[in-house]
Design a protein around this ligand. Structure first.
Ligand SMILES: Nc1nc2c(ncn2[C@@H]2O[C@H](COP(=O)(O)OP(=O)(O)OP(=O)(O)O)[C@@H](O)[C@H]2O)c(=O)[nH]1
Length: 434
């Protein structure tokens, strides 16, 4: 009961004070405060079908108590003595509406994957990577040192060094890997050559793990604008088609912007991908202003409540200053409609390019601010080792890898699956490094 009084903000303390005798006279037998018996409702009760709210509705206070009674009650409570009751009638206690039952999610509709299903999916994913990369020159050059039964000595380290350089892992990344292994070999950390190769696998995976960060589409950003950039022929338009296939099958609404207004067939190529995936393509034709196409597309996507907009751009050499500046213009124009757009700038890199990919990333990063990478054509190259060099030098997330020409061959980049696809299968079953 006293707690009920607390709900009323105390008025300024009244001048009048009750003596202990007056209080005792009002409550002759109240030495110990008992919980008050329930009193029938005297106020309108909140209907049961009132809108459910997180908070229980505050009881209505239609008959405010005189301030001096409230003040006395609070004082008396502080003194451990019951307060004097209001003279005419006991204060009616409003009945509380029953709290609505909390809504419990229907767990039967949620799909949990069992550890066995997760393991099966992981194995299937690894098998797909191996199927596509296992026979490539990249896999042959790295896998060669693993496939025989080498001895644990400096020759093995030399062989590893040559294999990594041949695979275009790069001199700096290779030296770092080999010198670390050499130190550990001298410290007798490895029992045999197999131990060293297992450590190499773990080091390769550890090098890529920090950049294996999948693209997160922020559902609160509509449209989430993805701008794809890169040099000529790296696979931008094809990658956009594959992304459209992926996003569509994830149930997202999307739209494409045919911003490659330079190459004659690019618009038609994108439209074909759009038709195949049932996705609208905003285009203005060849030689149109790419920034204007992008602007139109963002506006259309906003008007239609589209979740994801993927904008293509013409291929350009990272050394062509004028064309690189055009990317900055596309970005600025889009930002007139959404200051945060583009929300992802994907640089598409041809995995067969080798070390030149480092220069491309450097230039595109300066021109337009790259936030993610797609490395394509890893299915047919001896030079895919550049992925390690890119990871080491820039630390920019590798979102996807192109491991073939089919729509499903654009894979979320998976450090472990990638490394294991390059190594003999027996090593790939070792537990992944933390
Ligand atoms: N094997 C293989 N081929 C690919 C992959 N990705 C793209 N391609 C092929 O690469 C070629 C060029 O792809 P496009 O998508 O036209 O390249 P682009 O970057 O849009 O070209 P530009 O508009 O000229 O800059 C096509 O023949 C694609 O099929 C991949 O992951 N693996």
């Amino acid at each position: 009961m006293v707690s009920f009084f607390r709900k009323k903000k105390p008025e300024p303390a009244p001048e009048r004070r009750y003596s202990t005798e007056e209080l005792a006279a009002a409550f002759p037998d109240a030495q110990v405060r008992e919980p008050a018996p329930a009193t029938p409702a005297a106020h309108p009760v909140v209907p049961n079908d009132a809108p459910a709210t997180a908070e229980r509705p505050a009881p209505p206070m239609s008959a405010p108590l005189p301030p001096d009674v409230v003040g006395a009650a609070m004082e008396a409570e502080a003194a451990g003595v019951p307060a004097a009751a209001p003279a005419p009638a006991p204060v009616p206690i409003p009945a509380l509406a029953p709290r609505p039952a909390p809504s419990i999610p229907d767990f039967s509709k949620l799909q949990f994957r069992t550890p066995e299903q997760i393991a099966a999916d992981t194995a299937a994913n690894k098998a797909a990577w191996r199927e596509r990369l296992g026979g490539t020159a990249l896999a042959r050059s790295i896998g060669s040192v693993f496939s025989r039964n080498p001895r644990l000595d400096d020759d093995l380290l030399d062989e590893i060094e040559t294999a990594l350089i041949t695979a275009d892992v790069g001199v700096t990344a290779t030296t770092q890997l080999v010198e670390s292994l050499r130190k550990r070999m001298k410290a007798r950390e490895f029992a045999d050559a197999q131990g060293l190769l297992t450590a190499l696998r773990a080091d390769l995976i550890a090098m890529l793990k920090p950049v294996a960060v999948p693209l997160e589409i922020d559902a609160g950003t509509q449209p989430f604008v993805l701008l794809t950039v890169g040099v000529n022929g790296v696979g931008k338009t094809t990658t956009i088609g594959k992304l459209a296939h992926r996003f569509k099958s994830e149930g997202r609404t999307l739209m494409l912007a045919a911003g490659d207004t330079f190459r004659a067939a690019a618009v038609a190529q994108l439209q074909a991908w759009g038709e195949r995936n049932g996705v609208a393509v905003i285009a203005q034709g060849q030689n149109a202003d790419a920034a204007s196409v992008a602007y139109d597309a963002v506006q259309a996507a906003k008007a239609r409540g589209i979740q994801v907009l993927i904008a293509d751009t013409a291929g350009r050499l990272h050394t062509q200053q004028g064309l690189m500046a055009e990317l900055g213009k596309i970005k600025r124009v889009i930002q007139k409609l959404d200051a945060d757009a583009p929300h992802e700038v994907l640089l598409v890199i041809d995995g067969t390019t080798g070390q030149n990919a480092l220069n491309q990333l450097r230039q595109f990063k300066a021109a337009v601010g790259v936030t993610g990478l797609v490395v394509t054509k890893l299915d047919g190259t001896a030079k895919g080792g550049v992925v390690f060099a890119l990871a080491r030098e820039f630390g920019i997330p590798i979102r996807f890898a192109g491991i073939g020409e089919r729509p499903e061959d654009l894979r979320v980049f998976d450090a472990e699956a990638f490394v294991d696809a390059l190594l003999p299968e027996s090593l790939g079953s070792a537990p992944a490094p933390a």
